[in-house]
Design a protein around this ligand. Structure first.
Ligand SMILES: *Cc1c(COP(=O)(O)O)cnc(C)c1O
Length: 394
């Protein structure tokens, strides 16, 4: 099948929920991907902040091959070692005491919402079933997580959604204070909003939310599916603020490109759950968790995190130097940076393909840079040179 035939077949056989550019990706090497015509692209999207270690990383490939020749799947009815080892590693490096594994980010969020409700129900306060989310949020696409996702376009076709969600303004403590009631189970926030336009939460905002939750008896949930696991130059996106949540969700980069989700919780939350109250067939299986353990052990290394911080600072510096009337703001943390434009960001991502750049946007006017965490300064230079050229042309 040539590329055009494959594109035609995709239109015929797949539910049309994605708009894809007209080329077919066939392989990847480091931070580059190649299409069926052999054209090379610098990948600044990393599969939406997933491919932390880049493509064809030899250690990752070896870990996958090794895991594939061992137990592939057992279900959660049985003990297996990799799941326990990964949970222990996550707990030892975080605020959390226990972990629940799922397969995706949205599932990790769903578990967090259910666990928050169960926590209050166990304490005899079943009325605490509501959630506070924020303008610009993205928490997923299932009926529960979608209800906390601030997007008319995503929500409207599927109403009615889970009731009980109130939206407050991001980075506005007064708005959060006014929204929390004695029926609030949890306040849910991304320490750096991803899909909503790459908006970092102010440190004082997260500290204020922690204090409000303590005062009002609500749980605090950090969605670190995109900003966690080294993305901001620290292991956790919330580390910058110095406060910790009661629950935290992880996914995207955790298994280096394989699907996994995780919900990290305190003992107080974990102890409210009983056997049989939540579960998944695939979540945390031995194959994916043994690969994820290798990925996590590399990301958590201080040297690795320092590299992300340094490369992120350099990217921020270089992007801020671009002299274009189209650039309104450059913002973000580490290797999670958004450039807000005065034009449709889709025009820029489209022009990127011709220049050999894979870019993604966040909302309508923000180009989002979430490259592989192994990005080097020379890649930043290539990206900024091409991006600058595109802005001049538009
Ligand atoms: C991607 C994302 C999700 C959803 O994860 P999926 O794996 O696509 O289900 C939830 N929250 C945030 C912050 C995300 O970036």
């Amino acid at each position: 099948m040539n590329s055009q035939q494959l594109i035609d077949a995709e239109k015929k056989y797949l539910v049309q929920t994605y708009a894809r550019p007209p080329f077919v990706l066939t392989r990847g090497e480091g931070v580059y991907v190649f299409d069926a015509d052999g054209k090379k692209y610098l990948d600044c999207a990393a599969g939406i902040a997933v491919n932390a270690l880049g493509y064809s990383d030899p250690e990752l490939v070896a870990a996958i091959q090794d895991a594939a020749s061992n137990l592939l799947h057992t279900s959660n009815l049985f003990y297996t070692e990799p799941q326990v080892a990964l949970a222990q590693a996550l707990v030892e490096k975080s605020f959390a005491n226990k972990v629940f594994f799922a397969n995706t980010g949205t599932e990790a969020m769903e578990a967090a919402l259910k666990f928050a409700r169960k926590y209050h129900r166990k304490r005899g306060d079943a009325n605490r079933a509501g959630f506070i989310a924020f303008r610009g949020s993205f928490h997923g696409r299932t009926m529960g997580s979608l209800a906390l996702t601030d997007s008319e376009k995503y929500q409207a076709p599927f109403r009615p959604l889970m009731p009980g969600v109130t939206f407050a303004d991001f980075n506005d403590l007064d708005s959060a204070r006014a929204a929390i009631t004695n029926e609030t189970a949890a306040v849910v926030v991304e320490p750096v909003q991803g899909e909503g336009g790459v908006n970092p939460a102010a440190d004082e905002f997260l500290r204020g939310l922690r204090a409000l939750c303590n005062e009002r008896g609500a749980l605090l949930v950090f969605d670190e599916i995109q900003c966690g696991l080294g993305r901001t130059g620290k292991l956790w996106g919330h580390e910058w603020s110095g406060v910790t949540p009661d629950l935290m969700t992880l996914a995207k980069p955790l298994a280096g490109g394989l699907p996994i989700g995780a919900t990290l919780v305190t003992d107080a939350v974990a102890s409210s759950l009983h056997v049989g109250e939540h579960g998944t067939t695939f979540g945390g299986g031995p194959f994916v968790t043994s690969v994820a353990l290798q990925v996590f052990n590399r990301i958590r290394e201080p040297k690795f995190l320092a590299h992300v911080a340094e490369t992120g600072n350099y990217l921020m510096e270089r992007l801020s130097e671009i002299n274009s009337p189209h650039v309104k703001e450059v913002r973000g943390r580490g290797l999670m940076i958004g450039v807000e434009l005065d034009i449709d960001a889709g025009k820029v991502t489209e022009a990127g393909y011709a220049h050999g750049l894979l870019l993604i946007k966040a909302r309508e006017k923000v180009v989002r840079f979430v490259p592989q965490l192994v990005f080097q300064k020379q890649h930043v230079d290539e990206l900024v040179d091409k991006f600058g050229k595109i802005l001049t042309e538009l």
